[in-house]
Write a protein that binds this ligand. Structure first.
Ligand code: DQA
Length: 151
């Protein structure tokens, strides 16, 4: 049976396609959902894509992932830069022994000063930036690789 993987997206990523297309591209969240689901099929993963503007909801999703030992691909969006609550919750996913891959569509290191710090990177298994939606594919490949090694 395909392993369940959560692909979670933080605030304003529901606005993909209309939000700064020069930075985030012209494709919307629905396209990202379809892409990730398809990539999951190819990799033997049962991918579920979620998005929220609510920090508490994102934290609760991490509790769900930790309790269920569900691997996570996370684009924390702006929470990346300041949410210690989300970082602590992401830490628990790692403690559950499953990978948590951090993804950014853009390359935050090449942008505003406040984007250069991620409070999530220290607790992530790995981070992929600047590759557009393809970064999610790379992150799913990393998840498949890591859980495949454990099998
Ligand atoms: C982002 C980068 C963040 O700095 C920003 O707040 C986002 C999206 C990205 O995918 O490039 O909302 O995480």
């Amino acid at each position: 049976m395909a392993r369940h993987v959560l692909v979670v997206n933080g605030p304003n990523l529901g606005r993909l396609g209309v939000r700064q297309p020069d930075v985030y591209g012209h494709q919307d969240l629905e396209t990202l959902r379809k892409d990730c689901t398809q990539w999951g099929h190819e990799l033997g993963l049962d991918v579920e894509v979620r998005q929220t503007d609510d920090e508490a909801e994102m934290i609760h999703w991490m509790h769900e992932a930790a309790d269920g030992a569900i691997p996570v691909v996370m684009n924390p969006a702006a929470f990346t830069h300041y949410s210690y609550g989300l970082a602590d919750a992401a830490h628990m996913v790692g403690d559950a022994g499953v990978p948590l891959m951090e993804v950014h569509i853009s390359n935050p290191a090449a942008r505003d000063e406040f984007r250069k710090r991620s409070v999530i990177s220290p607790v992530a298994t790995g981070t992929i930036t600047g590759m557009g939606f393809f970064g999610y594919r790379l992150a799913l490949e990393a998840v498949a690789h890591i859980i495949g090694q454990e099998a």
